[in-house]
Design a protein around this ligand. Structure first.
Ligand SMILES: *Cc1c(COP(=O)(O)O)cnc(C)c1O
Length: 360
């Protein structure tokens, strides 16, 4: 693609170029309306079709039934760290702590009630996920909260933790829609849009309707899931343009074969990188210590020393590979290869890594 570089940013992150082009076509006048989506009332007929379409396409992609509500909120995944306990915690809740985001979720939950750390790998700098048998779950907990993909530490759950009858709540900010999942296993899933779904500004919430009964009328209005659900996301002005772009991404996914096809590509893409690293005689070393826990979205790795890492990032940037610097708490390299990231870009990165290794 002319003047597009390889964008490995962890978030906000790459979006499908087809989606950007479509938005560009619609930018000044959306389908003959004489105005941009940005300029129209969120209560107009035209916009109603846009948001209803996004809801419908998302439901198709994830096979979401009528017993779940879908909300397009604001405040990022970060506001969900507060809204989840404020609405759903009745005394105590279990948190599985697998990284920096989970810790932030715990911090807010502690303001509301008792947090039981049901499992953590912090003593190993989150280089793996706690195993099922390591979890100390409380059957009386209001819910179990976990992070499906750890954007910073490069670990990812390939299947949900088993939590019995306690509602499972997932922060899926950095891997939602990377594959088909069974929604019925979840009480709630939330995700900021800006990693795997669109631009920043909108947070998706998918919630089992019976959990809405827990929201108390004493809550501040904007913080109350029940209010948002009753008003179908339109209690106040939603992030209209971000939702429009998310809708285009959902259509792009459907057009390209849906989430099974996406998953196949994601396995292939991450495989190219991990396979090469595993054959690099330890020159490139994934930071995740358990193979099954390696993320398909954020591939984190180290070089033999920090000097080489700096050099690698600098040389990569010169050649049009952007956003490869690892998070400061892990160091090293992080290649974020979300749904929209092209396979050919991953192959190009491996070529660059081979070349760098032979010269250094
Ligand atoms: C980025 C991220 C967040 C924070 O999202 P905001 O939208 O910036 O609030 C939370 N959880 C995970 C897993 C993330 O990757």
């Amino acid at each position: 693609m002319e003047n597009r570089i390889y964008n490995f940013s962890a978030g906000p992150a790459i979006m499908p170029v087809e989606v950007l082009k479509e938005a560009q076509e619609d930018f000044i006048s959306y389908k003959g309306t004489g105005m941009s989506v940005m300029e129209m009332s969120h209560r107009s007929k035209t916009y109603d079709a846009i948001i209803k379409g996004a809801d419908k396409d998302l439901r198709t992609l994830l096979n979401i039934g009528d017993d779940y509500t879908v909300l397009f909120l604001q405040g990022g995944a970060t506001l969900q760290f507060s809204m989840v306990p404020l609405n759903l915690m009745q005394g105590k809740a279990d948190y599985i702590v697998t990284g920096a985001w989970a810790k932030k979720a715990v911090k807010e939950a502690k303001r509301v009630g008792t947090v039981n750390i049901a499992g953590t790998s912090e003593s190993e700098n989150f280089a793996r996920l706690p195993k099922q048998e390591e979890l100390k779950l409380d059957p009386e907990a209001s819910y179990v909260h976990y992070t499906s993909n750890n954007t910073i530490f490069g670990t990812q759950y390939k299947t949900e933790p088993e939590v019995g009858n306690v509602p499972l709540i997932c922060d899926a900010s950095s891997d939602i829609l990377y594959k088909k999942i069974d929604i019925n296993k979840y009480g709630m899933i939330y995700a900021g849009a800006q990693k795997n779904m669109g631009p920043s500004g909108c947070t998706l919430v998918i919630m089992k309707k019976d959990l809405l009964l827990r929201s108390q009328d004493t809550l501040h209005t904007y913080l109350n899931y029940k209010i948002h659900a009753e008003n179908e996301t339109m209690y106040n002005t939603p992030a209209t343009y971000a939702i429009y772009l998310m809708g285009l991404v959902f259509k792009w996914l459907i057009k390209n074969g849906g989430l099974d096809a996406m998953y196949k590509t994601n396995v292939e893409k991450a495989g190219i990188l991990y396979d090469y690293m595993d054959s690099s005689d330890g020159y490139y070393k994934p930071t995740v210590t358990v193979k099954e826990d390696r993320s398909l979205m954020n591939v984190t790795y180290r070089l033999p020393n920090e000097e080489l890492e700096k050099k690698f990032i600098a040389e990569a940037a010169e050649k049009g590979f952007s956003g490869l610097k690892g998070h400061r708490s892990v160091g090293g390299i992080r290649a974020s290869i979300y749904n929209a990231f092209p396979t050919q870009g991953v192959a190009a990165l491996v070529e660059l890594m081979k070349d760098f290794k032979s010269k250094n």
